[in-house]
Design a protein around this ligand. Structure first.
Ligand code: SAM
Length: 295
């Protein structure tokens, strides 16, 4: 089968199967071999790797993955793409197509069954409407993943990679950076896809930390603090924390905690580093404990 990265070959397949693009599934198929080569290079797949591809479409990138990996599992929600994938991937015996919503699939089980629970690589041109739940789901559900190399909306890639002081900095930056090292590999213009998306895209590589870069005693509390402080961007950190119903902190507890952290009382959440959020969660965690024990 000739490469589907060449636009004429993609058009031929789409016409052969009279395929109708489904906007609701974020279908923008890659038609640029240079971009595909870059994704392969960044993902550093070897013949020992088990690769999970999310949303194979008509199998353009899947063909590249099958050439390089030991085995590939490709999860596609759109039923009408399954017969097309059987055709475009017929030359490969190391690929399994799973027709399912990736957000409903038990990926831990898949890794146990297909890779003895050892870390896998994820490679995808993601459906943009669910980029964050897919990536956060992989991290928060502790799916054994060594590296995630994905095409995402440019703006989302910037949010994942940036630090304090930038307008793009927020809960997603902190969450991604807690779990992985993000690197933007390439910016990709709309004309590399069919149909063209309305936004710019970027390939980002997230290499999982073996150990988180900061240590918070209560990881869950740290992420609740992060979410609370970015829920109300224009407010101060103290107000954000005060208004978070799930935290239940008093004004005094918050003031004392910020003073202990040695930051100004009127500081905004977007000025805090990941290390400071970890420290703040340890301070607040201790205050909650003290209060519960009547100290
Ligand atoms: N990998 C192909 C390529 O690069 O040409 C297609 C990428 S396209 C941006 C996203 C793909 O994800 C589509 O094939 C779409 O049907 C699929 N998709 C959308 N939502 C999904 C979900 N919840 N679970 C699995 N696949 C999904």
């Amino acid at each position: 089968m000739a490469s589907l990265g060449i636009p004429q070959n993609t058009i031929q397949i789409l016409q052969k199967y009279r395929f109708n693009f489904q906007k609701k599934y974020g279908q923008n198929f890659l038609i640029d071999t240079h971009v595909l080569d870059k994704i392969m290079e960044a993902s550093e797949i070897t013949d020992r790797d088990f690769v999970l591809e999310i949303g194979p479409g008509i199998g353009t990138m899947t063909q590249y993955l099958c050439e390089r990996a030991r085995a590939v599992a490709a999860v596609e929600i759109d039923k009408s793409l399954i017969p097309i994938l059987s055709d475009t991937l017929s030359a490969y015996d190391n690929v399994e197509i799973i027709q399912e919503d990736v957000l409903k699939l038990d990926l831990n089980r898949l890794v146990r069954e297909k890779n003895d629970g050892k870390p896998i690589k994820v490679v995808a041109n993601l459906p943009y409407y669910i980029t964050t739940p897919i990536i956060m789901g992989l991290f928060e559900n502790r799916v054994p993943v060594e590296r995630i190399t994905v095409m995402v909306q440019k703006e989302v890639a910037d949010r994942m990679q940036t630090g304090p002081g930038s307008k793009d900095y927020g809960a997603l930056s902190l969450a991604v950076q807690y779990y992985a090292k993000p690197e933007i590999i390439a910016n990709v213009p709309p004309n590399c896809f069919m149909p063209r998306p309305n936004v710019g895209s970027a390939v980002i590589r997230l290499t999982r930390h073996t150990k988180p870069p900061v240590s918070a005693k209560d990881e869950d509390l740290m992420f609740r603090l992060i979410r609370a402080s970015f829920n109300q961007r224009r407010k101060t950190l103290a107000n954000g924390l005060r208004n978070a119903n799930d935290l239940n902190l008093t004004k005094e507890q918050i003031e004392e905690s910020l003073s202990e952290l040695a930051v100004p009382a009127a500081i905004r959440g977007e000025a805090l580093t990941l290390a400071q959020f970890a420290e703040l969660s340890d301070i607040i965690g201790r205050k909650i404990l003290e209060k519960n024990h009547g100290i």
